[in-house]
Design a protein around this ligand. Structure first.
Ligand code: PMP
Length: 433
């Protein structure tokens, strides 16, 4: 018998052995395009990668070298499942900046907030359970939800984030249909991909609805400290300790290579998260945790985050000015922090169909459909301003304008691309998250 197998097809020898949920796992159609997009001549407005050149690398190198020299046998050893107590203590100080009062015992350290998302979903979701999520929502979260066979119900947003009345309507409708809603997943601050932020009074309204309807809120907040003007919007968790599971991360404020994030949860939920995490990974990386702890203890991390904010503010300004100049036929959100703006293209244009032509023109973006569980989003794209320099951002938007103009001509000649709803979440390439 031939030993050759092609994964994901009937030629795969193990096709019949996969769990039912595995059959839903498909890699993104855009993966191949992203391989192209990572070529240096392409301006990538696609990735959510922080600009690490802004970090004080020499200081980080020294802190890490000292750690290994003096405490190597501890740093390179297994640690405890909940995370190192010293780092958990520092995490409470970081969260205090967003008005969260938590004890180190409330914190569970995870392998990035992505693992925290996985754990929360694992402990709450049975196949078919409903997760409410913003419309659009974070592609990496949708992938996790899909892998646990959740049903994602998108709730409309406006320029102030999730719309409370739409949330209430969705809950009432789903409950009337007898569906089991397990939690609301929200990114209230500098949303990925929408770029918008929910004001405090709206946060209170959303929490009120969820409290009344007995729905847990999962607040995902990797960008909250990256307000361009340095202001901080209080986290939802600071307004409701029992009803919110809060997810944080060092990926955007420090560096994603540490793969270190955390969850803060009500006591009983926290216990389950720790057990699920131990079953999954035994413990988060001790070396990463102790490196971050040493960095936070010895370096001016607040100053370093302020440097990041300046970098992203200048890049966001370059993005918004370029959009004004080159894409007047589009609409976009105006972020006050974070990495992204969400662009709406003229009617009839399909950003999925346009993407191969954009990469040929040496510019890349993420098509809006990546951010929906149900096939919507083809009139949108996410543009990231975090990684390219302001000059490259301008050049990228200029190239995009050329592609869009041709697309508008094509649509005028041949009519709009066929689009249609369907539930098809694909696993994203790592560089688009
Ligand atoms: N949540 C959101 C909204 C994100 O944008 C990301 C990364 N792009 C994550 C979670 C995962 O981040 P990490 O695992 O690196 O902490």
């Amino acid at each position: 018998m031939s030993g050759k197998s092609a994964p994901g097809t009937r030629l795969d020898r193990w096709f019949g052995a996969y769990a039912a949920r595995t059959h839903g796992l498909k890699s993104s159609e855009t993966r191949a395009l992203f391989a192209v997009a990572s070529r240096p001549e392409v301006v990538s407005l696609a990735g959510g990668m922080p600009f690490l050149d802004a970090l004080p690398m020499e200081i980080i190198a020294k802190v890490t070298a000292d750690l290994i020299a003096t405490e190597g046998a501890v740093a390179l050893q297994y640690g405890n499942g909940q995370g190192h107590p010293v780092l958990r203590g520092h995490i409470t100080e970081v969260m205090a900046e967003e008005a969260i009062q938590a004890h180190p015992d409330d914190v569970v350290v995870t392998t990035g907030s992505q693992q925290a998302l996985d754990l929360v979903t694992r402990i709450f979701i049975d196949p078919g359970d409903v997760i409410l999520a913003e419309s659009p929502s974070y592609v990496g979260a949708l992938s996790v939800f899909k892998s646990y066979e959740a049903w994602v119900e998108h709730v409309p947003m406006d320029d102030d984030g999730l719309v409370p009345q739409a949330l209430q309507d969705a809950i009432s409708r789903l409950k009337a249909e007898g569906r089991r809603i397990k939690f609301l997943y929200t990114i209230p601050t500098f949303h990925n991909p929408a770029g918008v932020t929910m004001p405090v009074d709206r946060r209170a309204e959303v929490l009120d609805i969820c409290h009344r309807e007995k729905i847990l809120v999962v607040e995902d907040n990797p960008y909250g400290m990256l307000a361009f003007d340095g202001s901080i919007t209080p986290a939802m968790r600071s307004m409701d300790e029992e009803g919110v599971v809060y997810l944080g991360s060092f990926s955007k404020t420090l560096a994603p290579g540490y793969r270190t994030g955390w969850a803060v949860a009500p006591h009983a939920v926290r216990e389950k998260l720790v057990l699920a995490s131990e079953a999954s990974i035994l413990c988060p990386s001790h070396a990463s945790q102790l490196s971050i702890a040493a960095y936070l203890e010895t370096c001016d991390w607040r100053g370093q985050i302020a440097d990041y904010r300046d970098v992203y503010r200048i890049r966001c300004e370059a993005m918004l000015e370029s959009l004004e100049e080159y894409l007047p036929q589009c609409r976009w959100t105006v972020p006050k922090g974070g990495f992204y703006t969400w662009v709406t293209v003229p009617e009839g244009i399909n950003t999925n169909a346009m993407l191969p032509r954009a990469t040929t023109a040496l510019v890349a973006y993420v098509s809006g459909t990546a951010f929906y569980a149900d096939g919507q989003g083809s009139r949108h794209m996410r543009l990231s301003f975090c990684y390219p320099t302001p000059e490259r951002i301008r050049e990228g938007v200029r190239r995009l304008a050329g592609v869009l103009d041709k697309e508008i001509d094509l649509v005028a000649m041949f009519g709009p691309h066929a689009t249609g709803p369907g539930r098809d979440v694909h696993f994203p390439a790592p560089d688009i998250v």
